[in-house]
Design a protein around this ligand. Sequence first.
Ligand SMILES: [Zn+2]
Length: 516
Amino acid sequence: MSLRVYNTLTREKEAFQTIEPGKVSMYLCGPTVYKPAHIGHMVGPVIFDTVKRYLTYSGYDVTFIINITDVDDKLINKAQEKGVTVKALADAMTADYMDNLQLMGVDTIDKFPYATDHIGDMLEMIQKLIDKGHAYPLNGDVYFAVTTDDDYGKLSHRSVDSMMAGTRVEANDQKRNPADFALWKSSKPGEPAWDSPWGPGRPGWHIECSAMSSKLLGDSIDIHGGGLDLMFPHHENELAQSECASGKCFVRYWMHNGLMQSGKNTGKVGGQHDRHGDSSAEDQIAGKLAGSAGAESVKTAVFAHHHPEAVRFFLLSTHYRSPIDFSSENIANTAKGLDGFYRLFENFERITGVSAYSLTVPTTREQSTSMEGLPAELARELGELRDRFLEAMDDDFNTGGAIGNLFEMRRVINGYVTQNKLEDAATPEQKAILTTAVTVLQELAQLIGVFRKPVQKSAGADDEFVAGLMGLILELRADVRREKNWAAADKIRDRLKELNVTVEDVKDGPARWSRS
Ligand SMILES: [Zn+2]
């Protein structure tokens, strides 16, 4: 089977055919860097990092770009609130974002363009849209005229009329149509501003992505990714701007990932931009994960309790288009599943004297590990599982289906180890067989982006254990507090303090703890 990709534009799985043979250009909408990254910011990068891994393995030369939005209302407000420059805040939050990507094993991104480095490209595209009659200046702003684009709405399958029905009449009602959106916004005093033919101002959100993808990847790109929440209006508007400016097809395959949900808190957490209104849904989920109220960054809310590899594996264990049922419990379960692999790798090293993480694995499908020399039954089983893994990936990157085969492979390899009592003694031939088997497993695991280096097993497991113990202690402390046994509650807090654990009581919520 060859690769098929679900295209949001046609609502169908299509055979994957690139614009240029053997090459793939891929653009993912990145974060607005105004606060520390939360788990939702990691979803798209993990998914599309995996997509790139698989495309590369399948023989494509892939260029993958994620933009950084470093000028935006939220950023301006936050910087003012904190009394720092917009640039200082953006730089710090970008560093945090990159740091988290690294922890999640996302390392295939070729370029992170900054919006503020491409203002000139945006101005050029806006001018082109005005010249072609698709945009008009208005009191220092510039708007895209949606009615000049017959295709407007084709991605989200909405008509301009139905959009208007849902549009609030805004202050600037001089717009030709309420659905017209800003390409350029005039700036207020004190706000970051760039000179333009229409006066000082800054770009609208959508034009950033259109201008940067066209500049760096060309007018037509193969894959455009993003959270489902970005389909409208962001991607619809990107599409309209780009195609009206270039007259060419903007994107071959629109890929949208499902959003994160946690209990009844369904939200846009899988999205990248946090543009629409407040971010309470994601904050609630992050808070829930941290066992505390309020917004938490991915570092404090998630990585403090779970190893990033477990989080990555969890995110990929459902199909990317499905919603993600994010909870501490679900990640802990995933982590338990991973332990079985770590144990296999430990056994492997004991038996062969070689680290499973140091095995050289083929990086392309063409050079896939040869099963030569394996006992027929083992070769057949592993071969079938590898085929099924690749079939799942070929079916619109069904990582969830693919991962199931990794577990099966582990079972088969463990079976070989036990049946032949390799832990007692192994012949050189048996060691070679085991090495080939584990190499097959690792070849596929690299496509998911896991097992590439040893996780700090003890630390990871300890973290879980400590989190569990702390949960128990704080629960007991909450019980004694309810009984108004303040002496016991204080004793618990003070003794924890001696162990460098700080407990902080939270009004109407579970207490928080941190280790210094
Ligand atoms: Zn975008």
